[in-house]
Design a protein around this ligand. Structure first.
Ligand SMILES: O=C1O[C@H](COP(=O)(O)O)[C@@H](O)[C@H](O)[C@H]1O
Length: 270
C-alpha cells in the first residue's frame, strides 16, 4: 500500500483525455503480458466518457486482447436499459461497441426495468463480482473515477450515508442530490481495493473539491479525499482544475505529445 497520490496537470481536457487513453493502453498491454486477465472499472461523467472515446480513437486499442479484459462500473444511475443517462449506455457508445470485448466480459449494473428493486439490484451486482473473483471481489487493475463539483466519486455523495459505509461491497442509493435520486455504487472500501485508481477531472468547478480533498478534508464531506488505491492513485486533471492543488503534489507531468492517430506519448510509471 502506498499513500502517495500524484497529480498530473494537462493543458486542457482534450490533452487530458488523450494522455489518459494512451497510458491506459500502454498499461493494459504491460498487464496482459504479466497476467491472464485484467478487471477494470469504468466511470460515468463528462471526462470519464471523453477518456473512453479517446481510447477508442487510438489504433493501439487493437493491440489489446480484449477477451482477457473484464469491464465493471463504479456506479450506475437507476434508469431503464438503454436510457441515455446510463453510464453503461454512454460507455458502450464511446468505447465498448467499438472494440472486440466479448459481451460476457461486460458487467453492467442492473437497470430499473429488470424487475428488481434497488437493494436486490445491489445484491445481484455484489454476487456477480464475487462469482468473477472466485468468492472474493476481483482485483481491479485500473479503476477510473470521475469527480463531481461537490467532491462525489461514483455515487458516494457528501452528507449522505454512502461514504461512511465501512465494508467492501455494493450499495443502493435512494437520495442522490444529483439526478436521478436512485443509484447503485461500489463502496469506498471496495474501490480502494483497486490496484490503480485513476481520477479524471477537468474544469474550474472541480478545483475547490480537489483542493479540499488533497488538504485532508473529512471523507463524509468530500468523498474523493478518501480514495486510495493499493499501488497508485493518480489525479489526471486539466489546468483549470489545478488552481487549489498544492505545488508540492504536482508531479513533473507527462503531456500528450502526439496527434490522436500517432503512437507518440511520454509516460511515467503507473
Ligand atoms: O453522476 C455521476 O457524476 C460523476 C461526475 O460526473 P462529471 O460529469 O461531473 O464529471 C461520475 O463520476 C459518476 O460516475 C456519475 O454517475
Amino acid at each position: 500500500m502506498t499513500t502517495e497520490r500524484r497529480v498530473l496537470v494537462h493543458a486542457d481536457r482534450a490533452a487530458l483525455a488523450g494522455s489518459v487513453a494512451a497510458r491506459f493502453l500502454t498499461k493494459m498491454i504491460d498487464l496482459l503480458d504479466e497476467q491472464d486477465e485484467a478487471h477494470i472499472v469504468l466511470t460515468g461523467g463528462s471526462v470519464g466518457i471523453e477518456v473512453l472515446a479517446a481510447i477508442a480513437a487510438l489504433p493501439a486499442r487493437d493491440q489489446i486482447d480484449w477477451s482477457r479484459v473484464h469491464a465493471w462500473w463504479g456506479d450506475e444511475r437507476w434508469v431503464p436499459t438503454g436510457h441515455a443517462d446510463r453510464n453503461e449506455h454512454q460507455a458502450r457508445d464511446a468505447l465498448l461497441d467499438r472494440i472486440a470485448m466479448p459481451a460476457s466480459n461486460i458487467h453492467p449494473f442492473p437497470a430499473s426495468d429488470e424487475g428488481l428493486d434497488l437493494e436486490a439490484a445491489a445484491q445481484r451486482y455484489r454476487e456477480e463480482l464475487l462469482a468473477a473473483g472466485g468468492g472474493d471481489f476481483p482485483t481491479f487493475a485500473i479503476t477510473f473515477l470521475g469527480v463531481g463539483p461537490d467532491g462525489h466519486i461514483a455515487s458516494l455523495f457528501p452528507e449522505r450515508d454512502g461514504p461512511r459505509v465501512a465494508e467492501p461491497g455494493v450499495i443502493a442509493v435512494h437520495d442522490s442530490p444529483k439526478p436521478p435520486p436512485g443509484r447503485l455504487t461500489l463502496t469506498l472500501p471496495l474501490i480502494n481495493q483497486s490496484e490503480r485508481i485513476w481520477l479524471v477531472l477537468a474544469g474550474a468547478d472541480k478545483a475547490a473539491a480537489l483542493g479540499l480533498a488533497l488538504a485532508g478534508a473529512a471523507v463524509a464531506d468530500v468523498p474523493v479525499g478518501g480514495v486510495l488505491g493499493t499501488k497508485r492513485t493518480v489525479f489526471f486533471i486539466d489546468d483549470e482544475a489545478s488552481s487549489e492543488v498544492p505545488e508540492s503534489l504536482i508531479a513533473p507531468t507527462s503531456y500528450w505529445t502526439g496527434a490522436m492517430d500517432q503512437a507518440e506519448w511520454t509516460v511515467g510509471e503507473d
